[in-house]
Design a protein around this ligand. Structure first.
Ligand code: IPD
Ligand code: CA
Ligand code: CA
Length: 249
């Protein structure tokens, strides 16, 4: 469906939720389609959709980001995804992240491992920051935020092999899950951006949480890695946070 909209990008209606937070008619249409399908198949289930809000209802909750990476999408870039997670009684049970422009479908089931296009995936075995590639993002809501990613970026990037900014947090988590890179961090994310990617990463052997290492549904800060570089990045980020909390920091 997103590929149909992608083929007529020039005429696509795009509006602003806030200064840099875009929503296109494709985001709204894809979410509407998904919600209709879920309601038909599972009428009692709760749904949290980024564009349509929350429908309460049962111990099952579908968390939908119809296009994660709308900025990439409206600029004709391929790094965007459709991200869907299912929670059962508050724990992630199922996840799918589809990147249609790249022909990639990532999936996971709690306890059942993670797959890319039906092939099992696993995080990388890299343990050195100097051999690691990480992705980050600068949240589209950043203009309303006083806490900025730049201090973390400046401290970490010189220690890495390289850094990427793909533009879809869901895909950043999947790329970490399949071992294409060692980790990802970002501030001010929302649950729609990361719920499916969190399960896919966990099932691929990775680790995620806030900058102090605690797994949380609240996404004010997210650090996700192959597990092996996690402590090193956490320590570095702790010193950045401490400095920025000091007077004049
Ligand atoms: C965005 C993407 C992006 C991240 C932004 C998110 P959206 O989601 O995940 O990578 O940097 O913070 O808002 O708005 O395209 O669904
Ligand atoms: Ca998103
Ligand atoms: Ca979105």
């Amino acid at each position: 469906m997103s590929l149909d909209y992608r083929s007529r990008l020039k005429t696509l209606e795009v509006s602003h939720k806030s200064r840099n937070d875009l929503v296109s008619e494709a985001d709204v249409a894809i979410e509407k389609f998904l919600v209709e399908q879920i309601r038909q198949a599972y009428p009692g289930h709760a749904i949290r959709g980024e564009e349509s809000g929350d429908v309460a209802g049962s111990e099952y909750c579908w968390i939908i980001d119809p296009i994660d990476g709308t900025t990439s999408f409206v600029h004709g870039q391929p790094y965007y995804s459709v991200s869907i997670a299912v929670e059962k009684a508050g724990a992630y049970a199922l996840a799918a992240v589809n990147a249609p422009a790249m022909g990639e479908l990532y999936e996971a089931q709690a306890g059942g491992g993670a797959r890319l296009n039906d092939e099992p995936i696993h995080v990388s075995a890299t343990a050195e920051l100097s051999d690691s590639v990480m992705a980050t993002g600068f949240a589209c809501i950043r203009f309303d935020q006083t806490r900025n990613n730049l201090a973390y970026f400046n401290a970490l990037v010189p220690r890495l092999r390289d850094v990427r900014r793909y533009g879809s947090a869901a895909l950043d988590l999947c790329y970490t899950a399949c071992g294409r890179m060692e980790g990802f961090w970002e501030l001010h994310l929302k649950i729609f951006d990361v719920a499916a990617g969190f399960l896919i990463l966990s099932e691929a052997g990775g680790r995620w949480g806030d900058f102090a290492g605690t797994p949380r549904g609240v996404c004010e800060e997210v650090l996700a890695t192959n597990g092996l570089i996690h402590e090193q990045v956490m320590h570095l980020f702790a010193s950045v946070t401490q400095k920025s909390n000091q007077p004049g920091g």
